[in-house]
Design a protein around this ligand. Sequence first.
Ligand code: CTP
Length: 449
Amino acid sequence: MKKVITYGTYDLIHYGHIRLLERAKALGDYLIVGVTSEDFDKNRGKINVQQTLMERLEGVKVTGIADEIIIEEYEGQKIDDICRKEVDVFAIGSDWIGKFDYLKQYCEVVYLDRTEGISSTQIRSSNSSIRLGLKGDAVYLNKIDRECAFVNGIHVLALCSDKGADIKCFADRMQYDTDHYDEFLDHIDAVYVHSTPAEHYHDIVRALEKGKHVICESPISMRKEETAELFELAQQKNCVLQEAIKTAYTTAYARMLLLVQSGKIGKVVSIEATCTSLSKDTDAAGWNSICSWGPVALLPVFQIFGLNYLSSEMISIYNDSHLSQELMTNIRFIYPQGVASVKVGKKIKSEGELVISGTKGYIYVPAPWWKTEYFEIRYEQLTKTRKYYYQLEGEGIRNEFVSFFQNMKGKHTLAYISKEISLEISGIMEQFCTRTNTKIILEDVNEGN
Ligand code: CTP
């Protein structure tokens, strides 16, 4: 019996896939089809596959062409499969020409002509295209624009930014200045907001009132009540309102949370998160350290310990009596089960690490932990240390927009950041602004001293 094997994602199975499978089968007597797992796809940069692995397996099954269906989970698996299953022919579409020649030492390799004019990417884009507008700081919007190019189905159509901003890469698209925000909103289905924290609330209200979905750079607003109002409005208008904290969408961070939840380090008793950066344009447009770093640093605390802390204390250090030059802020939370400490600063430098301590061991995420790719679980016995690595593409921004896209399509796959956490983050911003429960330290720090 001549065995043939082929591999693919088979998202939204189409005519091109079926022709490929038929021709692969015709090369022998028995066809094995390898369907890629979600993890494997993510690692090779295919991020917004729309069907789950089970749906894609089912899609291949109903064609009735495959004799055996397997899951492809790791790099190098093809060699393993070919040897273990005594495969005679490896077949794949011509878009892969040359890429699998290394398999020739194990079996015959055949590249079959790809069917012209159809692909999963094309179906994903035409099925469900979302016209996205970007509002706010042009420098950051350039980055978002680049990352959205990786998300099928999202088209960045228009931009709304300050007059005279550097927006060269948008030359071929609609551009509005901030005075024409409403007009800009009329042309899009969804908006990404990265204006100043103080402007977020108004930008979001106006978008939601027009029935536009919103993803907003954290914090959503500077007052808890306002954020609650925005979520209510989003619900009334049947729109998505999503908080953008890119760390939440990175695979390593998500896996790290799962390991904590599954008890790998025992009961968690302490969380310490530090985020700092030294930049000259500090506090530009209201992005002081608490707005820039607070939400991300608070995220593991709220996601692991929850929101029912017994008390909290905020300590901010300034180097001017007008309290406009904030050096750093430290927030300490006391929970029934333990303590958490968050340190953020834009005029100090510290080790940007995350340490989660438990009764059996601890998790160590090295700096910069908010761009997590790697972490360790450490125990008393050094030899028990476990290391985890998950490649990070685009700082998490791509995944963030895939999640936004899926939410807009009503596929509520995973609540990366719950509404309750968004509300609490705004509450902390409010506490900072109103200086409630806050200790102020005035430090006479002169550079060079
Ligand atoms: N294939 C084909 N003709 C097409 C599309 C795919 O012959 N028009 C083949 C691929 O070459 C591969 C198999 O079908 O051997 C599975 O491909 P897959 O990557 O799942 O499908 P695509 O439609 O190419 O997906 P995407 O657009 O996400 O890359």
